[in-house]
Design a protein around this ligand. Sequence first.
Ligand SMILES: *Cc1c(COP(=O)(O)O)cnc(C)c1O
Length: 357
Amino acid sequence: MSRFWSPVVKGLTPYVPGEQPKLQNLVKLNTNENPYGPSPAVLAAVRDAIGDSLRLYPDPNADALKDTLAAYHDVARNEIFVGNGSDEVLAFVFQALLQHGAPVLFPDVTYSFYPVYCGLYGIDFVKVPLNEAMEINPEDFRQPSGGIIFPNPNAPTGIGMAAATVEQILVDHPDTVVVVDEAYVDFGGESVIPLVKRYPNLLVVQTLSKSRSLAGLRVGFAIGHPDLVEALDRVKNSFNSYPLDRLALAGAVAAYQDDAYFRQTRRAIIASRDTLVAQMRELGFEVLPSQANFIFARHPREDALQLAQGLRERSVIVRHFRQPRIDQFLRITVGTDQECAALIAALHDILGAASAA
Ligand SMILES: *Cc1c(COP(=O)(O)O)cnc(C)c1O
């Protein structure tokens, strides 16, 4: 704390991202990155973007990327907003669309950045408890609010909701903005982008960080009614005209052009996930049904934090949250089959030692 800090800064509780360890040779299953590199076409496009043109500002409207996304998702250019990772898009969403003097609703177990944005902008929020099965129950959101936001599939549970269930929430709240954070939708979930045309209160947020292997490039976007997009543009253009640099714009367009690579890596991760879930259950873990590139699991006898520490001693890093309801769970990113095998071997080792003790 410093006397030079503004009162707002003194009151902030920032988000703590998963660790990015400097050590080599770790099996890194803690931040839901894609274990496969970006498409070779993306690398080539980024390389091609390196040159004299870097002296020039990038396109402030990102029209080439918006046109690519518009064709891919069958929407219009003015229904798309792009930003520096979906975290930035979400930051703009809270300020532009969820600040209405009434509390924002989100699940009690969800992406822990949402309360941080509320803190930044001074927005009240109410946490709506997931049901016993750790699912979102649309009826529990039937209360007055200044906006609703949830990931689908939810994080860190990995549990997805059918599009028809999301639609129920949209029907229930025609006068409220409903934001669906689809960071993990490509791993088996059902996108509600096709509902945007019918629900002017729906905003869908996606990212290239997970399913497109581009966490390091920082590209995210939102799709919704042009009025919602205009609100986001107004905030963005009051903050930073060029959130996406030339390399990011080039790489992001190329990522959508190589659909075969996307399908192939996604298929591999889903197959690895299915194997991993079966192996974890054999080890006695309870594993929630995942539609994401991570699993959420707990052991009936072993303490989650101790398991995480035991894994770390064996060079495997997973995520543990010291939070009510989920402090006995581990969130484990689906890696390559080799990385998953290293995880399972380490757990065998730990659990074998535990049962022998
Ligand atoms: C990873 C993640 C994001 C943020 O992704 P960016 O890398 O900022 O695009 C947003 N929402 C959820 C639920 C996530 O897990």
